[in-house]
Design a protein around this ligand. Structure first.
Ligand SMILES: Nc1ncnc2c1ncn2[C@@H]1O[C@H](COP(=O)(O)OP(=O)(O)O)[C@@H](O)[C@H]1O
Ligand SMILES: C[C@@](O)(CCOP(=O)(O)O)CC(=O)O
Ligand SMILES: [Mg+2]
Length: 327
């Protein structure tokens, strides 16, 4: 039995635009997904995922072809929910040259699902590490990141960047532009996260931005403008200029909003943070619902979020320098 964990992340800048080759800067946070893999005698896959929003269930099936989950929800929903785990196990089988390997998989996660904190990447990264180690193979961090990217790419129907998976695999703050992924220096960042209790569908939201980009040249320019903003943000990050970082986060939120990926509750939380004196605030990840991230060294934002209609939880998160690890 092997357990591995990997962190979630927030985007300081650049989500969505990163899908089209612009740079992005995500940062790992101190909330993790833990995946335990136990080798089975047969080639079946049994997945136990307490935190999956389908109300805590156990699925048993032998592969993509004849999945018959023993749960009272539509098979389509279950397949969508289990896609990331399936894809992680496929990558682990391929990496270890063990196409018939079966596992009992248990997932425990502190990262809300589909809320922009990279739960899918953390589950895939930790899943690949746990399953390959269980088979006695030690992959390097780069290979885990690359295989996790391929898994997300497949599940999100070809619409994924390397940002989430690279960040979750390596930890810390990173910069991703197309294939180019690297760690960057970052000062201590006073992240405050607001969570509306909801979720967005990453695939659908990415598809929506793609359509806008194809339909309107100014939407394509908006995506490029996000790239310019990220480059400016990198300079502010290197200088540790929190005020400038905040201003750019505010701007980034406006651009994401114009691309149609914000929501009423995300906007409310962003404004609550700004009114409470945060340096800046924006939605993080795919959007549609889920989380915002603010920069605020004081208690202002956290307590304001406690009174914000539509906000279910406000909490502080530290930058996590540690990526995937065996527990
Ligand atoms: N604790 C978990 N257990 C099982 N699957 C999970 C878990 N957390 C996330 N996932 C998978 O990741 C999906 C959510 O990923 P996504 O929509 O990309 O949102 P995000 O990465 O922003 O959290 C879930 O539908 C599920 O397939
Ligand atoms: C919208 C996007 O840029 C980030 C999605 O982040 P998350 O899965 O919502 O945490 C998509 C991607 O980069 O793959
Ligand atoms: Mg995701």
């Amino acid at each position: 039995m092997t357990t591995a964990s990997a962190p979630g992340k927030v985007y300081l800048f650049g989500e969505h635009a990163v899908v089209y080759g612009e740079p992005a800067v995500p940062s790992a946070i101190s909330r993790r997904a833990r995946v335990t893999a136990e080798r089975r005698a047969d080639s079946r896959l049994r997945v136990h995922a307490e935190d999956l929003s389908l109300d805590g269930f156990t699925v048993e099936y032998s592969g993509e072809t004849d999945s018959t989950p023993d749960v009272d929800v539509s098979p389509g929903l279950v397949r969508a929910a289990m896609g990331y785990v399936d894809a992680a196990v496929s990558q682990a089988r391929e990496a270890t040259d063990a196409p018939e390997a079966g596992f009992d998989i248990t997932i425990e996660s502190e990262i809300p699902l589909g809320a922009g904190l990279g739960s899918s990447a953390a589950v895939v990264v930790a899943g690949i590490e746990a399953a390959t180690r269980e088979l006695g193979v030690e992959l390097g961090t780069e290979e885990i990141a690359d295989r996790a990217y391929r898994a997300e790419h497949e599940v999100q129907e070809g619409q994924a960047s390397r940002a989430d998976t690279f960040c979750s695999a390596t930890g810390g703050a990173v910069r991703v532009e197309g294939e180019d992924c690297r760690a960057i220096e970052a000062p201590d960042l006073p992240f405050v996260i607001g969570f509306d209790g909801g979720a967005g569908d990453t695939g659908e939201l990415v598809a929506g931005v793609r359509e806008l980009r194809e339909r309107y040249p100014f939407a394509a320019s908006t995506v490029e403008t996000i790239g310019d903003l990220v480059r400016q943000g990198e300079r502010a990050l290197a200088e540790g200029d929190l005020e400038e970082l905040g201003t750019l986060m505010d701007f980034n939120h406006g651009l994401l909003s114009s691309l149609g990926v914000s929501s009423r509750s995300l906007d409310r939380m962003v404004w609550a943070a700004r009114d409470a004196g945060a340096h800046g605030a924006k939605l993080t990840g795919a959007g549609g619902g889920g989380c915002i991230v603010a920069l605020d060294p004081t208690d202002g934002t956290e307590s304001a979020l406690g009174f914000t209609p539509g906000c279910e939880e406000g909490f502080r998160a530290e930058l996590d320098d540690e990526g995937v690890r065996v527990e």
